[in-house]
Design a protein around this ligand. Structure first.
Ligand SMILES: Nc1ncnc2c1ncn2[C@@H]1O[C@H](COP(=O)(O)OP(=O)(O)OP(=O)(O)O)[C@@H](O)[C@H]1O
Length: 333
């Protein structure tokens, strides 16, 4: 068994890694003659304490499997995982006490009030009455004024925040939010994020999975991209954004074109409108100056041009697309 990380919460200090994985693996055993499914390949990962960490990946990538192993809902097949320094296999109780998971589904009993629901949850976690911080948690998620209203009268966004509150009753240092804003409108999403940020500022490490790449870009200081059960990238958001080898340039033409000149075919150019040319290129392979010369030689008259900032979506597609292309190649397609 791998050694326990040096700094653990047993010593009272915050560990360096809120979550540490070494070779963590999950294979779901096939039932009814179905083949086994390797959902998580041997995975190493360190999520720094105090961070807002994004776990991104297409559907079926293995994000829920990973989260469910941490939450104690799915049993790992191999490898090790520590939550706040506690080995999930050797110290399951302490590991589970160190994490709060906000699931995707909104399962809230409509006939209880937020205060009652939090008290019930605290009871489930064995938090003694005198140690409960129900009011503080309701304040932290902006539900203090709804503390005694029936949950059925809460809006969708408020219910989401109540789910976050439920996951906080045992004051876990690590909070995992699994697709917390799926189906939540933009305004409520913003307010939920403001609350999550406030929790992070107060010291909680946040791990979130999201399909909204913009949201990950805005919220997370580090991001891991997971695809087919494998981590294909893990870095600070800034490094990830600067590493992508793809740029888009939009050119306004002073003279309209009916079609793309043949000399420009195969150069990543697309005539989006008679006076608008969109150019996608890899800066490592193509110089912007060469592209402009080529356009000039082919009779393209430029009125104006702008380059678009790379965003996480470009990186996500590049990485998960490359992985898909490699798989196709390996399969001989
Ligand atoms: N209980 C299970 N038995 C067999 N296979 C499973 C089981 N749970 C998940 N899988 C498979 O494991 C793979 C990873 O699934 P997982 O739910 O972890 O992905 P995900 O990244 O969370 O996807 P989503 O964003 O759609 O929730 C998928 O191929 C899925 O079909």
């Amino acid at each position: 068994m791998a050694a326990e990380p040096s700094l653990t919460s047993q010593s009272g200090a915050a560990p360096e890694s809120a979550i540490r994985l070494r070779g963590l693996t999950k294979t779901y055993r096939g039932r009814n003659k179905q083949p086994d499914k390797l959902a998580l390949r041997p995975t190493d990962l360190d999520i720094p304490a105090g961070s807002i960490f994004g776990l991104l990946g297409p559907n079926g990538a293995g994000k829920s499997t990973l989260i469910n192993i941490l939450a104690g809902l799915v049993t790992k097949t191999a490898g090790d995982a520590w939550i706040w320094g506690y080995d999930i296999a050797r110290s399951p109780r302490q590991a589970r006490a160190a994490i709060g998971v906000v699931p995707q589904e909104l399962n809230i009993d409509p006939f209880f009030t937020p205060r009652e629901l939090l008290d019930l949850q605290a009871g489930l976690y064995g938090v003694p009455k005198r140690e409960r911080i129900t009011t503080e948690i309701l304040e932290a998620v902006g539900l203090a004024d709804k503390a005694d209203s029936y949950a059925r009268t809460l809006s969708g966004g408020m219910r989401r925040r109540l789910m976050v509150a439920k996951a906080m009753v045992h004051s876990p240092p690590v909070l995992v939010l699994d697709e917390p804003t799926a189906g939540v409108d933009i305004e409520l999403r913003r307010s939920l994020w403001a609350h999550v940020r406030a929790l992070n500022r107060a010291g909680t490490t946040i791990v979130l999975t999201t399909h909204y790449l913009e949201e990950a870009e805005e919220m997370c200081d580090r991001i891991a991209i997971i695809d087919q059960g494998r981590i294909v990238a893990c870095d600070s958001t800034a490094n990830l954004l600067s590493s992508v080898d793809s740029k888009t340039m939009v050119v306004s033409l002073s003279e309209p074109l009916a079609a793309l000149p043949p000399g420009l075919a195969g150069r990543g150019m697309e005539l989006a409108a008679p006076t608008r040319l969109v150019v996608r290129y890899r800066p490592s392979e193509t110089r912007l100056g060469d592209l402009l010369t080529l356009m000039d030689q082919n009779g393209v008259r430029i009125a104006d041009l702008s380059t678009e900032e790379t965003d996480l979506e470009d990186i996500f597609l590049q990485l998960t697309g490359e992985a898909a292309a490699a798989r196709r190649q390996a399969a001989g397609e």
